[in-house]
Write a protein that binds this ligand. Structure first.
Ligand SMILES: [Mn+2]
Length: 612
């Protein structure tokens, strides 16, 4: 039985009619546009026909970008050693790669550095800055981080270095005293669009720096922007739409190798919501999660085919390792919920466990949230396994990076295994690290703010956040955040919902519609894949297909019309379908091509059966 509450939107039919007539598009497309916040024909036109040229000329006029360019050019002239200091997630590593190759092209003496996710954590840190100073760097250029690192930027200054911060995160009340601050979220920076990802900001700087719009680097902009879950609107949509088409024709050896190892070599067009989000991004991110993100950067930069192939293979196997680890922690978490949590009393799930891998607890928290549909916070305590940032693995060494292990730790090899000859290091740490995911109705960052006195640090936004806490404070934190939830969260907030766009009759579902829908892609944050529903359908030819009968396949009929339906991973709902005389289905539309024939297929999202 479906426990999802279907929420059907209305859209603005009058407006949709006008837009459809003005732009000569179908009413369905126009309706979907109004549901995505479009409220005029000209907005609809901008959305459907993104314009790269406009973006690039607008960036040339951004004062902070011009200032950054001046400082970098000065550094190149003076033969300064420049360090690009970026974040370890995909947004960060794509941004590093874009700026690194731009600076190389300008003839700069440039290296890059990515902090170790588990040992050093997010953002600038003093240990790494000191190492950079000792190695003779005098200019640090951040990517996707730095806007909150007031103390660290001051520290760099005290050592006689200068910092250019490029970031897209929301600044706190005090800004770092950087030489130049480039952040579209800052009004003073005068960006035309405030929602760029870190790689978008890096790309903007690169093109101002080079006086050239390097379209071939839009492949990296697309990857980072989609993975960072920024809204796929405005400039982001334009960059991603163009960038996706560059991924397949990329001349970057690393991307070619990654496509091959991911089985996407023969896919004609890479899409955002599946190929990037579920196949490419997790592989590229696995380096930073379980290993060292510098290898991700290296893959994106290398011109060496053999090396590219090798790193791509390692990332692929790291990704599998990550999946196994994630699965193991997920099972442990579900067991803990059953044993320790009274769901009728506690609306926020707070679990802690020693040795949970901090690189994956965020993903597991979202999976637990999906099961119970309530805010979930997973905390790893005590000795945590982490992999070292050794610069040489399997004969591959990131050439443009410099290795930096700022914090001396007592090392103890606790396990070996996997493809690479590295064991996990363990250092005991009194600080427990947590990852939080939330639902609509419980703004996580705000709620954590109310627990500030119990936390060592926290950061994030409405739906996702990270925190550190002393182990002995966890119990108190758990009861406090649940008290907050008692006030804030309503019973109905805990009911999982499925947000649907439009009701459609089977007769309206055809290849022409599918082609038209393509105009709305790329799908992602704030521009979801359109979901439809149809009512009173008669099921026919119901069967299970695929590995372990995982998937549900059937035909549905209403009157003269009949369509194919596939429910990926919905094999468990077989009895429900068999026991129903009529079905209401929620679905997206996809293409199924076999034997040279193309048909539209309904990709099932949910079923509501009407019993026999
Ligand atoms: Mn980012």
């Amino acid at each position: 039985m479906s426990n999802l509450r279907w929420e059907c939107k209305e859209g603005n039919k009058e407006l949709a009619k006008t837009i459809a007539e003005d732009l000569n598009i179908s009413l369905i497309i126009a309706q979907l546009l109004t549901m995505r916040g479009i409220n005029s024909s000209s907005q609809a036109k901008d959305f459907l026909e993104p314009n790269l040229k406009e973006i690039s000329s607008a960036w040339q006029e951004v004062p902070s970008l011009k200032k950054a360019k001046e400082r970098i050019e000065e550094g190149i002239k003076r033969k300064e050693k420049i360090l690009i200091y970026g974040d370890y997630d995909l947004d960060g590593i794509c941004g590093i790669a874009v700026l690194f190759s731009a600076l190389k092209e300008k003839g700069a003496d440039v290296s890059y550095f990515v902090p170790h996710r588990l040992r050093e954590g997010y953002g600038l840190n003093k240990g790494a800055i000191l190492k950079a100073k000792k190695r003779g760097f005098s200019l640090i250029l951040t990517v996707d981080c730095g806007v909150k690192d007031v103390e660290e930027v001051e520290y760099a200054h005290s050592l006689g270095m200068e910092v250019i911060v490029t970031d897209h995160h929301l600044p706190s009340s005090s800004l770092p005293p950087a030489k130049v601050l480039v952040n579209p979220k800052l009004k003073s920076c005068q960006f035309p669009f405030s929602e760029l990802a870190g790689v978008g900001v890096a790309f903007a700087l690169a093109q101002v720096l080079l006086d050239d719009f390097r379209e071939e680097d839009l492949d990296l902009v697309a990857l980072g922007t989609v993975a960072d879950l920024v809204p796929l609107w405005g400039e982001n949509r334009t960059l991603v739409k163009e960038g996706l088409s560059w991924i397949k024709k990329s001349r970057k050896k690393g991307l070619q190798a990654l496509l091959k190892v991911s089985g996407l070599e023969d896919t004609p067009q890479i899409n955002a919501d599946y190929h990037v989000a579920y196949i490419l991004a997790p592989r590229l991110n696995s380096a930073g999660r379980l290993w060292n993100a510098a290898y991700g950067v290296e893959l994106l930069l290398t011109a060496d085919e053999v090396k590219a192939k090798r790193i791509a293979q390692i990332l692929d196997s790291k990704n599998r390792e990550r999946q196994d680890l994630q699965e193991k922690i997920f099972k442990e978490a579900l067991k803990l919920v059953e044993e320790e949590i009274d769901l009728s009393r506690e609306r926020v799930i707070v679990l802690s466990h020693p040795n949970w891998h901090v690189g994956v607890i965020g993903i597991v928290a979202s999976k637990v949230l999906e099961v119970y549909h309530r805010p979930t916070i997973l905390i790893s305590t005590g000795e945590r396994p982490f992999t070292p940032s050794l610069p040489l693995v399997d004969g591959v060494r990131p050439a443009g990076s410099y290795s930096c292990i700022p914090v001396e730790t007592t090392r103890r090899v606790v396990s070996t295994g996997g493809l690479t000859p590295i064991g996990a290091l363990a250092g005991s740490d009194p600080t427990a690290k947590g990852s939080a995911r939330s639902i609509e109705g419980f703004p996580m960052f705000e709620s954590l703010s109310k627990c500030e006195d119990l936390l060592l640090s926290f950061g994030g936004h409405k739906l996702a956040a990270g925190l550190t806490i002393k182990e002995e404070k966890i119990a108190e934190f758990r009861s406090r955040i649940n008290l907050i939830a008692q006030e804030v969260l309503k019973e109905e907030d805990l009911q999982p919902r499925l947000s649907l766009d439009l009701e459609i009759e089977l007769g309206g579902i055809n290849l022409k519609l599918l082609k038209e829908l393509d105009k709305l892609a790329p799908y992602g944050m704030d521009n979801p894949l359109p979901l439809f529903y149809s009512r009173g359908l008669k099921p026919e030819g119901v069967r299970l297909v695929g590995n372990e009968d995982k998937h549900l396949k059937l035909r549905v009929r209403k009157g003269e019309e009949e369509r194919e339906v596939i429910g990926f991973g919905m094999g468990g709902r077989l009895d429900e379908v068999l026991g129903s005389a009529r079905l209401d289905l929620a679905f997206s539309l996809g293409l199924n091509s076999w034997g040279g024939e193309e048909i539209v297929q309904l990709n099932l999202k949910d079923i509501k059966g009407i019993e026999r």
